[in-house]
Design a protein around this ligand. Structure first.
Ligand SMILES: [Zn+2]
Length: 472
């Protein structure tokens, strides 16, 4: 017990003295993912973030470990650490994964807060990228160092921090191929880029959704015309857009219409959703910053959980072809362009989903309109392999020790493309996917925060899971 308390105290000190101050500097850097900053190379923010995090990690490297910033051609860089084992079975490697690229700013930050303005307020560190997923490199290395201090054996570990996750990890396959001889045979993957349904216990992610992103452009005119002249004669591009969007989902309830975007939900996952609904209750929807009087799409909590984890869902995330309202004349605009973000369930082939979306949008254009759907991103979801007993026991014990409550399991609605890639490449590997993205943390939106007590406890849980992995 005494040792655990000492380790807890040491981890807390690391956060206070070294990790939080470095995260504060990290939040200030606007290193948006390549999709949102095509000139990332010239702008230099990504390199600055890499230098900051790699610089911190170099000072913390355990004995015998190496760190390299790997750069393949024009691709976004990867921080790769190789940490020799002090125990565990020969030839077994654990990968700890995270990312350092960020989502764009988004609007709606509260007064005094902002994406590149770190604010420490009690247990919360506000700012873009602290929780998603800047803290991962700190938690991973600190977990290993806490074990080294107490001479607790761990297997060989590699830490991989990529800079392309928020763009769909399109650079990662090349790095995995390049680094394959140095990665070795993975028996455990630890990923700290996921979510939790509360901050009271350890949550393991059992599935992730995939994602198809694309741009839908509808054009009927080559230039805008007086709306008094054109309406009623030439169809408005926004109305044609509505017709097309109706092909994708039911506007009355949001149900996606394409059968290619569905899968049969495994019975175990339905059971798990029911258990989660019992534990978190109305927080399934009450955690969202809704306007007064807003209700969820259904009152059935299990259905809400299954909707966000095992069913497709559409969001429109951007628009072009519209002037700002203050500058909007009475014009029949020449075109309307929307960015579509379609989440797809695990086990759905992303390429097939992408092709199905394109086909349904582009076929038989109303009024002969010019319609194009351009999609560069189709990421697969992920469904966890059956969990080994040692890992289930370790997660539960760690949760009870550091949170005081048993471990819980749930699917997540977000996407971490790398998990599917790893699952395919290392079918024998076990996965410990967890994270700090809990109620209110609002990654991708305004007012993103890192819940520091959860980050510290997760660090301790990771250490315990690595210890159990080396012992089995
Ligand atoms: Zn992330």
């Amino acid at each position: 017990m005494a040792n655990t308390d000492k380790r807890t105290q040491w981890v807390e000190e690391q956060f206070e003295q070294s990790i939080v101050p470095t995260l504060v500097d990290y939040i200030k850097i606007p290193n948006k993912s390549a999709m949102f900053d095509p000139d990332w190379k010239k702008n230099g923010h990504m390199d600055k973030a890499v230098d900051l995090l790699a610089g911190w990690a170099r000072k913390q490297l355990p004995d015998g470990a190496t760190l390299e910033v790997v750069r393949l051609g024009d691709r976004t860089p990867v921080i790769f650490m190789d940490i020799p084992g002090t125990g565990g079975r020969k030839g077994e490697t654990v990968m700890l994964y995270g990312h350092l690229d960020k989502q764009p700013e988004m609007t709606g930050w509260r007064d005094g807060l902002g994406p590149w303005t770190p604010v420490l307020d009690g247990d919360k560190l506000y700012g873009r990228g602290g929780a998603d997923d800047g803290y991962a490199i700190f938690a991973s290395l600190t977990a290993i160092n806490s074990m080294r201090r107490d001479k607790i054996p761990h297997a060989r570990c590699v830490v991989l921090i990529e800079a392309c996750e928020e763009s769909g990890s399109y650079d990662l396959p090349a790095y995995i191929e390049h680094l394959a001889p140095r990665i070795g045979d993975l028996s455990l993957v630890v990923c700290l880029d996921s979510g939790c349904a509360n901050y009271d216990q350890l949550w393991s992610t059992t599935s992730l959704r995939g994602l198809v992103i694309g741009t839908l452009e509808v054009s009927l005119l080559t230039e805008g015309v007086h709306s008094g002249d054109g309406t009623g004669v030439i169809a408005a591009s926004e109305r044609v857009m509505r017709i097309l969007l109706d092909r994708l989902d039911e506007s009355t309830n949001g149900k996606v219409k394409l059968k290619e975007l569905y899968t049969k939900i495994p019975k175990d996952r339905v059971k798990q959703a029911k258990r989660t609904a019992k534990v978190i209750g109305k927080d399934v929807y009450a955690k969202f910053p809704t306007q007064p009087g807003v209700k969820p799409v259904t009152k059935d909590l299990t259905e809400l959980i299954l909707n966000r984890t095992w069913r497709p869902g559409l969001a429109i995330t951007g628009a072009d072809g519209w002037p700002a309202i203050g500058n909007a004349g009475n014009v029949l605009r020449p075109s309307t362009t929307l960015k579509l973000s379609m989440r797809i369930p695990p086990r759905v082939d992303p390429k097939k989903a992408q092709a199905a979306v394109k086909k349904v949008l582009e076929k038989d254009p109303p009024y002969g309109a010019k319609v194009t759907f351009t999609s560069a991103t189709a990421s697969a979801g992920w469904d966890a392999p059956e969990m080994a007993d040692w890992l289930g026991d370790a997660l539960d014990a760690a949760s009870k020790k550091h949170f005081g409550k048993p471990a819980m399991y749930m699917g997540e609605g977000g996407t971490i493309p790398f998990m599917y890639m790893l699952g395919e490449k290392f079918p024998r590997a076990q996965f410990c996917i967890t994270g700090v993205l809990g109620p209110g943390s609002n990654a991708h939106g305004p007012n993103e925060f890192l819940h520091l007590p959860t980050a510290r406890k997760l660090t301790l849980c990771v250490a315990d899971v690595l210890a159990a992995h080396a012992q089995q």
